[in-house]
Design a protein around this ligand. Structure first.
Ligand SMILES: Cc1cc2c(cc1C)N(C[C@H](O)[C@H](O)[C@H](O)COP(=O)(O)O)c1[nH]c(=O)[nH]c(=O)c1N2
Length: 242
């Protein structure tokens, strides 16, 4: 599975148009999936490719702090679902009136319907006490693990596999349910499976919870809040926001 070492030469440093198209397609068509899971299991070779993609994420000091728990058992999944129900009830209470109704109408996990759950964890002690690049910002191990999640999420989209991230879980209870040692942090609890469809926009947007923000309002100049001095970039971003 490991790729042979192939130095990239100047002529192929830029991907071909169809390769670029494929990459951007995965980025724009990736969705968080909760309701559209099919029961078909994910073949081992596909799952192996997804895990390899995750394992090729960048990591601070090449720490590779991730582990992957492939969770198929009904019993564990039922216990995680119970944890979700409990936390989701608390989360719903944060919203009032119509917002509360809307929140309660949202389906925010596919723990049991998806054929596979995957927990991507971060071993905070991997590589010993001094990891290159992690001296000052200790959370960089968690950031690295998130990048592994994103690699897997994008590769899954290219394979036609849906992924849903469930974070409405008490972290300590989740760790207990999965028997995690103290130094291992459960970064992402994911539901995976083939899907009946990939929605063409985020489900939270389609259901009126929240919309995508205009990128032009999120790009700053030299100082926070300062407009961009790069006129052509500014114009392009404004144009795309329409
Ligand atoms: C760290 C983190 C945690 C969560 C999520 C994402 C991330 C990055 N998302 C998915 C999130 O709602 C979704 O990404 C956005 O709504 C945008 O939609 P698309 O991912 O573009 O489809 C998510 N979705 C959900 O239904 N239940 C959840 O608990 C969570 N938790």
């Amino acid at each position: 599975m490991e790729q042979e070492f192939n130095p990239v030469t100047a002529s192929d440093a830029c991907f071909s148009e169809s390769e670029r198209h494929g990459l951007y397609r995965a980025i724009y068509e990736r969705r968080d999936v909760r309701s559209q899971f099919l029961p078909d299991s994910i073949p081992a070779d596909v799952l192996a490719r997804l895990l390899q993609a995750a394992h090729h994420a960048p990591s601070v000091g090449f720490m590779q702090p991730w582990d992957f728990m492939v969770i198929e058992g009904d019993e564990v999944r039922a216990s995680i679902l119970a944890l979700f129900e409990q936390e989701n009830q608390k989360a719903a209470e944060c919203f009032e009136g119509e917002r509360n109704d809307l929140y309660r109408s949202l389906k925010l996990q596919g723990i049991v319907e998806s054929p596979l759950n995957l927990c991507i964890t971060c071993d905070r002690s991997r590589g010993g006490p001094h990891v290159l690049g992690r001296n000052s910002i200790v959370e960089t191990d968690l950031f690295s693990t998130c990048l592994a999640v994103q690699n897997l999420w994008l590769a899954a989209r290219a394979e036609g596999v849906g992924v849903g991230w469930v974070s409405i879980l008490d972290q300590a209870q989740l760790s207990d349910a999965l028997n995690l040692p103290d130094h291992v942090y459960p970064v992402a609890y994911l539901c995976l499976g083939y899907v009946s469809e990939f929605l063409d926009q985020p489900e939270l947007e389609a259901k009126g919870w929240r919309s995508r923000l205009p990128l032009s309002e999120l790009v700053h100049g030299d100082s926070w809040g300062q407009p961009l001095e790069n006129g052509p970039l500014d114009a392009l971003l404004r144009d795309q926001s329409r």
